[in-house]
Write a protein of this length. Structure first.
Length: 127
């Protein structure tokens, strides 16, 4: 799915419009715990998957941008109507992370995207 189509489905606002590009999104990952995002997404063996992944979170802080940056994920979707501070927006610009926001809940956003063919990031960790 193209990013602009995803934005339409989510009625999403871009906080970094100068960074917007029409990229393909094939995978998603949801978390409000960035430590979980790091553990799960760092276990992905194929780095090209992360190039086509969106991080969905309700965490409207610098942590979510830093996490995306470390993972080479360049799209973050804030859910539940979260509004990032100016500091977070500036960091997103610096990190080249496209920062979006929607009023949709995390559960509903995930369901909408799954229904449209976006799949969750799969991982295989030996605990």
């Amino acid at each position: 799915m193209k990013l602009n189509e995803l934005m339409g489905l989510m009625d999403a606002k871009s906080y970094t419009p100068s960074l917007m590009k029409d990229k393909e999104i094939n995978f998603a990952f949801c978390s409000d715990l960035m430590s979980d995002a790091l553990v799960i997404m760092n276990s992905v063996k194929d780095p090209t998957i992360l190039e086509h992944t969106i991080l969905i979170t309700g965490l409207a802080t610098q942590q979510s941008i830093r996490t995306a940056e470390m993972l080479d994920v360049d799209v973050v979707l804030l859910v539940r109507g979260k509004i990032p501070s100016e500091k977070v927006i500036l960091l997103a610009h610096e990190a080249q992370v496209m920062l979006l926001s929607t009023e949709t809940t995390m559960f509903n956003a995930s369901g909408i995207l799954f229904e449209k063919g976006i799949r969750g990031v799969k991982y295989n960790i030996q605990w």
